[in-house]
Ligand binder design. Structure first.
Ligand code: DX5
Ligand code: ZN
Length: 243
């Protein structure tokens, strides 16, 4: 007799993040219809891996978006894991609320936290994957000694705060260097790129070593977000197979 063990929804979400067989496409809802988030995400059906949620506080970045209540509401409308990018000055104070709201990953900015190692440990304690984000000018050296405490590094390829900006070209070399650093460490850290990702640069980003790509305007600014997501996903999977 075989016993079928079914994964809980939470385990399924974690399995998406842990599956290294293909790069993950993380559409950023920042560029979607924020008044109808459930429909925005539903519209991408089958063409996304994680939902990237940009939390902005009007202090760390010059823009304000949403917080735990909106994330909690969205979580009820999708079975996809939520990738929560905190662009806030005081992430430590609300980590538990984001975890309870349904975040699968919680990413804080290394420039915004006072004791990054403590924050990362807390995120893991809360049952989320811990990510650290670096602005374009922030050196990789700032995460080098934190690799054992990390599940992902997010390299910003624009200055955080707004969707629709152009990719800063020198980040391509930073991705290569980050990938080398991760491989040399032996820790299973994912490498995400966020900002100005489009069909023109997506394959180069994967070749450089990125394995999670965020895309906002390239998807939601398109006449057919679902087709745009399908094409981006096809491109990044193809690039990975050719590595
Ligand atoms: C920028 C945000 C990004 C943004 C990306 O501060 O972190 O996630 O939504 O948008 P695009 O893909 O339009 O550059
Ligand atoms: Zn983001």
């Amino acid at each position: 007799m075989t016993v079928k063990l079914s994964m809980t929804q939470e385990e399924e979400k974690r399995a998406v993040f842990l599956d290294r067989s293909a790069p993950l496409l993380c559409p950023s809802i920042l560029s979607s219809d924020l008044a109808d988030l459930a429909a925005s995400v539903r519209g991408l059906e089958g063409q996304l891996d994680m939902v990237h949620c940009d939390v902005m506080d009007g202090h760390y970045v010059p823009n304000l978006t949403f917080g735990p209540p909106v994330i909690r509401a969205l979580a009820k409308h999708t079975d996809k894991p939520l990738d929560v990018h905190l662009m806030v000055t005081n992430p430590d104070e609300l980590l538990n609320l984001y975890a309870e709201a349904g975040a699968t990953t919680l990413v804080v900015h290394v420039e915004a936290v006072r004791h990054a190692q403590r924050t990362l440990a807390r995120i893991r304690e809360l049952g989320c994957f811990a990510g650290l984000s670096l602005n374009p000018g922030t050196p990789l050296e700032s995460v080098k000694w934190l690799l054992p405490d990390l599940d992902m590094i997010l390299l910003m390829s624009v200055n955080p705060g707004f969707g629709g900006q152009s990719f800063i070209p020198q980040v391509m070399d930073k991705i290569r260097e980050a990938r080398r650093m991760i491989e040399a460490s032996g820790y299973p850290v994912r490498l995400q790129v966020d900002g100005g990702v489009d069909p023109e640069n997506a394959q180069d980003l994967v070749r450089a070593g990125a394995d999670m790509l965020v895309a906002g305007s390239a998807i939601f600014g398109s006449p057919s977000p679902k087709d745009a997501a399908r094409e981006l996903r096809r491109l990044i999977r193809q690039a990975r197979l050719q590595l």
